[in-house]
Design a protein around this ligand. Structure first.
Ligand SMILES: [Cu+2]
Length: 674
């Protein structure tokens, strides 16, 4: 429910009959009160609860007496597990890819999701916070706040300040402990993992950016692979396709960052090939030791209890067979055709795999198993009792450069399917009566690094009798100057027409200076923006700021900022207004364009204006362009077209595009300012 108005309204109205405006927030508490409780329940999550009311609730609340829309089935189930002492101990690592741990976290998610009033939600949160594993607890809270109609307007505090260990180098964490022990305030400099002898270090700012990590974690929270329609109140539309798209965009963006840093695009990882790049995470669990390392150039090994390399090859060939056939086989032997625009959605469900996969028994779970396989290559037989690897957490996965190689492997499977569809014809792409006369960028495409500071106060242990000292860390992060896309567009009709504006860019040439073909370029296209406008008869001047891009969101504000604003609202009896931060699903706006370089990273920039009436799945899109294009977990996805349209299909003859009046293709350069 964290998505913008357009998506949220549709589902909330259906799922929650009492849904109203912010003032009478559903569930019997104000938004500010809910925000206060969520802030407090996640604060110092490894310590005792500090908020007196929640602390009392943790002792007095009885989950069996709460109000639920499932007759208390979920609450009774979790209480039974608790009383039977089957739940994972506290102060132990947690990984979502561990089946039993995930089930436990989801048992609590179910209890919260089925709570119909705030007293029940907050009571359960307090009760289980002191009785369940902290990692499971945090996951359940994040998932429930994301999806519960009760928490529609609650802003989740940045995960990197709730569980900083997963985002911060261990050297910095140790400094933080020292600062706490000596009661000396500290502002600690963070470095990216690795040394300058490692070429991968040049792009570590991408995989280790905490805003990018937040985007990735949030996507997986909004579109969970465990989401089961039989237990939830709605179906998540185009989840498999969104899985493809969000990872495709990370893949092509990472390659653009590499080209800017004079590195070759990544090669795909393969089961019968070597894993060339090793990785030393320099990250530790709060409880459970260091994340395991992997040396350079190791061959994939079977992982005990997970899968054999051979199993992975078999799964892959079954999926490739289905692509070649143009259909999957369902559990009951039914034929599920994928030779159309919807095919990518089925393929995404199969590859991830999610509960939406038509036949997980046969096609397996390529993505999730691959993450665990790769994560365990440091200790495949469990000889050293190491905890899960970075790839076994969405928070940490992108730190390992092998993540992008693994996703390139899956991205190429997706491409095989997309290439099996017929190219769009000129007729399909035309938008009659609409001409783009001029297209350019106003302002400079210029990137730079800035220092970003965040708090580590939740990383260290303490007790109520020991005062907090300020402990923060700062790390460089990529940003860009503001610029605008300008398009002069003529509408030859004598009435208004609704139009969809789609803007993409791709690097002009590879690391050897060889220009990409239009077909390769368009596959590597970074989506920069998508919005709807009403074109009036005659001339229209479109001026779209880079800060308004629907691909991106503002960075999540600090935990302290959210707490301060909440307390202010409560004290003054006012409404809380932090809605611009309700969704952290998009990429941080800082990451809109890839880092430039001193020669200027040459890019192809294209704009396509297509028929908005045919594209729009919802009314009024031109009045509210702030939807998030990475998907719409709880409502109708606004665009009828496939993600990446009109560049999503193979292009035999680029003249088809170049001759369109509703398409423009220019070259630009992105510079970097040291
Ligand atoms: Cu992912």
């Amino acid at each position: 429910m964290k998505l913008v108005v357009l998506c949220a309204l549709v589902a909330a109205a259906a799922a929650w009959p009492n849904f109203g405006m912010m003032a009478d927030s559903p569930g019997g508490a104000s938004d500010a009160q809910k925000q206060h409780d969520v802030n407090s329940i996640l604060w110092k999550v490894y310590e005792e609860i500090r908020d007196p009311h929640l602390k009392e609730l943790s002792q007095t609340f009885d989950p069996l007496s709460g109000h639920y829309d499932d007759d208390g089935v979920s609450a009774r189930r979790l209480m039974q597990e608790l009383n039977d002492e089957r739940l994972l101990e506290q102060k132990h690592w947690f990984s979502l890819f561990n089946t039993r741990q995930r089930q436990e976290a989801l048992m609590l998610y179910d209890v919260l999701e089925h709570s119909t009033d705030w007293d029940t939600f907050a009571g359960n949160a307090a009760f289980f916070r002191v009785r369940m594993n902290e990692g499971e607890f945090v996951y359940a809270i994040y998932a429930a706040v994301t999806h519960s109609p009760l928490t529609q307007h609650v802003v989740l505090p940045p995960l990197y300040e709730v569980t900083p260990h997963l985002f911060t180098n261990s050297e910095v964490i140790q400094e933080a402990y020292k600062a706490k022990m000596t009661q000396t305030a500290a502002k600690i400099k963070s470095h990216f993992t690795g040394s300058k002898s490692n070429p991968e270090q040049r792009v570590a700012y991408f995989g280790e950016d905490i805003g990018m990590n937040t985007h990735h974690v949030t996507w997986h929270l909004e579109f969970p692979f465990w989401w089961d329609d039989t237990h939830e109140d709605h179906h998540i539309e185009r989840k498999g396709e969104s899985f493809f798209w969000v990872h495709h965009q990370l893949t092509v963006r990472f390659d653009a960052e590499r080209l800017s840093n004079y590195l070759d695009p990544v090669n795909e990882l393969h089961w019968d090939d070597m894993i060339y790049e090793g990785f030393a995470p320099h990250t530790m669990y709060k409880y459970g030791g260091y994340f395991p390392s992997r040396p350079d150039k190791v061959h994939f090994e079977d992982v005990d209890g997970v899968a054999r390399v051979r199993d992975m090859l078999i799964l892959e060939s079954r999926i490739r067979d289905a692509i070649a056939h143009g259909y999957f086989t369902g559990k009951d032997g039914s034929v599920i055709s994928i030779r159309d625009s919807h095919g990518i959605d089925v393929l995404g469900d199969v590859i991830e795999s999610s509960t939406y996969s038509p036949n997980p028994e046969y096609y397996g779970s390529l993505h999730n198993t691959a993450h665990v396989m790769l994560g365990r290559q440091g200790d495949p037989h469990g000889k050293f009792a190491l905890p899960p690897g970075v790839l076994e957490h969405f928070e940490t996965a992108t730190r390992d450069p092998a993540f992008f190689r693994l996703h390139k492997y899956m991205d190429n499977i997706f491409r095989e399917h997309k290439d099996s569809l017929p190219p769009y014809t000129q007729q399909e792409l035309e938008f009659d009566g609409v001409n783009i006369d001029n297209f350019y960028v106003k302002g400079n495409l210029e990137t730079y690094f800035e220092d970003f500071e965040y708090s580590l106060v939740n990383a260290v242990d303490d007790t109520e009798s020991v005062d907090d000292v300020e402990i923060t860390t700062y790390i460089p992060r990529l940003n860009h100057k503001e610029f605008s896309f300008i398009a002069d567009v003529t509408n030859e009709k004598n009435h208004d027409v609704l139009a969809t504006v789609r803007i993409f860019a791709w690097p002009h040439e590879d690391n050897n200076g060889v220009p990409f073909s239009f077909d390769d370029g368009r596959w590597n296209a970074i989506e920069l923006d998508k919005f709807w406008v009403m074109l009036h008869p005659g001339h229209n001047h479109l001026d779209r700021s880079s800060f308004d891009s629907s691909v991106t969101v503002p960075d999540v504000p600090s935990y302290q900022f959210i707490k301060d604003r909440t307390e202010e609202a409560i004290q003054q009896g006012k409404e809380l207004h932090i809605e611009e931060f309700e969704s952290s699903l998009g990429l941080p706006n800082r990451f809109l364009i890839p880092k430039g370089n001193k020669d200027g990273l040459e890019m192809d920039l294209v704009i396509a204006i297509t028929d908005g009436q045919a594209d729009a799945a919802v009314e009024g899109l031109h009045e509210n362009t702030s939807f998030n294009h990475y998907g719409c977990a709880d409502g109708i996805y606004p665009d009828n077209r496939p993600h990446g349209y009109p560049l999503d299909r193979h292009v035999d003859d680029s003249r088809i595009f170049e001759e369109l009046h509703n398409f423009k293709h220019i070259q630009v350069k992105v510079f970097h300012h040291e």
